[in-house]
Design a protein around this ligand. Structure first.
Ligand code: 3PG
Ligand code: MG
Length: 399
């Protein structure tokens, strides 16, 4: 592996040079107001940007936000992110209202040494995510025109074979930013020889999203604790009725096989908080996992489960956690996620929190970020890394 890093670029000297930085500024926005609800991903890229600014580079940052369909869509504009980035950097961020058009060209052109521009959402251009190599290539050509060097600090997007992630580095001298390096360094300890016991906690809504990582992790881990919406498909596979809880019927058999393959390794909830509606005001009770009423849906793991999970986490030497244990955005269903997060934080293990949602949960619940070993900015990216997949954005830096 021969990845050149930001330090290599800085050693060359960047004063007055144009540097194009791919960041993952895909932050969660409030559905009503559009306000940024968690700026963790913006903060995570500051070390790389500050280093470049300090060295006098002309920095053009680009990112996606959400999943617009290849055309401008105001609800996914990066404008407010530019504002927040400027506040955090303590320097103005010049915002281009398009990706590679007139505004982008003139904004990049006008940059002085040590100044920063942010382009509008890359996914406003169909070339960014296109499966058509030629369409991606022509967009990549235009983007590459904005830099003499390319720095990838978008760890959350390295699993995407997108123009700005995969094709631009083939066109410019390319370097890994500080965030990408740190993420890879940490996650590679998990795929290597993690200290044991190695316990993984998985949550989130769908088994189908996590199946590949469960398959990859099962032989490696000592315990796999499962909560979140996906636990109900496992509970069903254990023979329990789950009421109106989230259920992937077509995955029940797969879950049964997974449990048979590793007897005793997978730990499931023994109690859940079941509500009569998906609402913070819904009537709800803690019930046994094998006694969920037919008209109710489980929205969190129960206290006995939290205690059991905490016991399994105690004494672990390595912990990876991805996915909330319940609907933590609604106060009545946040206890499971909080309890498990606190058990992880207090475990004394080397702890890695993976995923946009779990990272956001840590901050939303007001937990101390520094009590975790590493909070990844990648959701899908960290999972695919742990699956052992080749990540296009990393591969592109290696060439
Ligand atoms: C993420 O939020 O997981 C990354 O920013 C990638 O976004 P995507 O899943 O829309 O490609
Ligand atoms: Mg995602």
């Amino acid at each position: 592996m021969s990845i050149r890093t930001l330090d290599d670029l800085l050693a060359e000297g960047v004063s007055g040079r144009r540097v194009l930085v791919r960041a993952d500024l895909n932050v969660p926005l409030d559905k009503q107001t559009g306000a940024i609800t968690d700026d963790g991903r913006i903060r995570a890229v500051l070390p790389t940007l500050s280093a470049l600014i300090g060295a006098g580079a002309k920095v053009t940052v680009c990112s996606h936000l959400g999943r617009p369909k290849g055309a401008p869509d105001p609800q996914f504009s990066l404008r407010s992110v530019a504002g927040r980035l400027g506040e955090l950097l303590g320097a103005p961020v010049h915002f281009a209202t398009d990706t590679v058009g007139d505004s982008a060209r003139s904004t990049v052109e006008a940059l002085g040494d040590g100044e920063v521009a942010l382009l509008e959402n890359l996914r406003f251009n169909a070339g960014e995510t296109s499966k058509d190599e030629a369409e991606r290539a022509s967009f990549a050509d235009q983007l590459a025109g904005f830099g003499e060097a390319y720095v990838d600090d978008a760890f959350g997007a390295v699993h995407r074979k997108h123009a700005s992630v995969y094709d631009v580095p083939a066109r410019l001298p390319h370097f890994a930013g500080r965030l990408v390096l740190r993420e890879v360094e940490v996650l590679s300890t998990l795929t290597g020889e993690p200290e044991r016991p190695y316990v993984v906690v998985l949550g989130g809504s769908k088994v189908s999203d996590k199946l590949a990582v469960i398959e990859a992790l099962l032989p490696k881990v000592d315990r796999l604790l499962i909560g979140g919406g996906m636990c109900f498909t496992f509970l069903k596979a254990q023979g329990h009725e789950v009421g109106t809880s989230l259920l992937e019927e077509e995955m029940v058999e797969t879950c049964r096989n997974l449990m048979e393959r590793a007897p005793g390794k997978i730990l499931l909830p023994v109690d859940v908080v079941a509500a009569d509606a998906f609402s913070p005001d819904a009537t709800h009770d803690t019930v046994r996992a094998d006694g969920i009423p037919s008209h109710r849906l489980g929205l969190d793991i129960g206290p006995e489960t939290v205690a059991g999970f905490a016991a399994a986490l105690k004494g672990a030497r390595t912990i990876f956690w991805n996915g909330p244990m319940g609907v933590f955005e609604m106060a009545p269903f946040a206890h499971g996620t909080r309890g498990v997060a606190e058990a992880i934080a207090g475990s004394g293990a080397f702890t890695v929190v993976g995923g946009g949602d779990s990272a956001a949960a840590v901050r939303a619940l007001g937990l101390d970020e520094s009590s975790f070993g590493h909070i990844s900015t990648g959701g899908g990216a960290s999972l695919e890394y742990l699956e052992g997949k080749t990540l296009p954005g990393i591969a592109a830096l290696e060439n």
